[in-house]
Design a protein around this ligand. Structure first.
Ligand code: PLP
Length: 207
């Protein structure tokens, strides 16, 4: 009889050299509890995914209500599904008026892939600029614009036409030209060590 830790090591594709291996049985609010009853304060919230806290009653209620109606129907873009259209409207209402169309995805890296494709199709250009030390996700397009070589070198060739600028360095902005389809930056660089840019730089970058 294998323990769950052994099953984890034997059958879950390992993505970390030093997995925490904490066996979480339940979680509520900011706390997680392991199978021996030990309590942990969750200071990362699934990298922001569980940012309303674990088992938030409103979220649990909404999920339960929905699973009694239907779960997965079809790749979206075909059927009118109430939860999707309501979410899209809510997001649109919170955003500037010209950002009124939502592309729903399952992960950060897919959001970046969608943005890269949209920029290329809309501009008819191919050059993408991102920052050194940036992290944008693990799929091949997002990986191409990551600015951290060790993440990338086992997977080349990646996307062509990618250039990097130094984050928060106004001089590098001149690398952005009429050939550039998109510039992708984190508003605060995370993986690079929580680097907060100057407001003035972000304004220049947008311009
Ligand atoms: C800035 C940034 N972009 C994209 C991603 C990728 O998100 P996901 O892991 O959901 O694909 C991350 C993940 O940590 C991130 O920090």
């Amino acid at each position: 009889m294998f323990t769950e830790r052994q099953l984890f090591l034997n059958h879950i594709a390992q993505t970390s050299d030093f997995p925490l291996m904490v066996e979480i049985e339940k979680a509520k609010g900011i706390y997680m509890y392991d199978k021996f009853g030990k309590k942990y304060m969750d200071l990362i919230s699934g990298i922001g995914v569980s940012n309303l806290g674990h088992l938030h009653p409103a979220v649990v209620k909404a999920v339960k209500k929905q699973v009694d109606k239907y779960m997965y129907l079809m790749v979206y873009g075909e059927f009118v599904e109430t939860p999707q259209v309501k979410l899209a409207k809510l997001l649109s209402d919170l955003l500037p008026k010209n950002l009124n169309s939502v592309y729903l995805v399952n992960s950060g890296t897919e959001a970046v892939e969608g943005a890269l494709k949209l920029a290329k199709r809309f501009t008819g250009r191919t050059e993408i600029i991102s920052a050194f030390d940036a992290y944008h996700g693990a799929t091949q397009g997002s990986l191409s614009i990551c600015g951290n070589e060790p993440f990338k070198n086992a997977f080349r060739p990646l996307l062509p036409d990618v250039k990097h600028i130094q984050f928060n360095k106004a001089e590098d902005l001149e690398l952005i030209t009429e050939k550039t389809a998109a510039v992708v930056v984190e508003t605060i660089q995370g993986e690079a060590g929580i680097r907060v840019p100057d407001k003035a730089y972000m304004k220049q970058l947008r311009q």
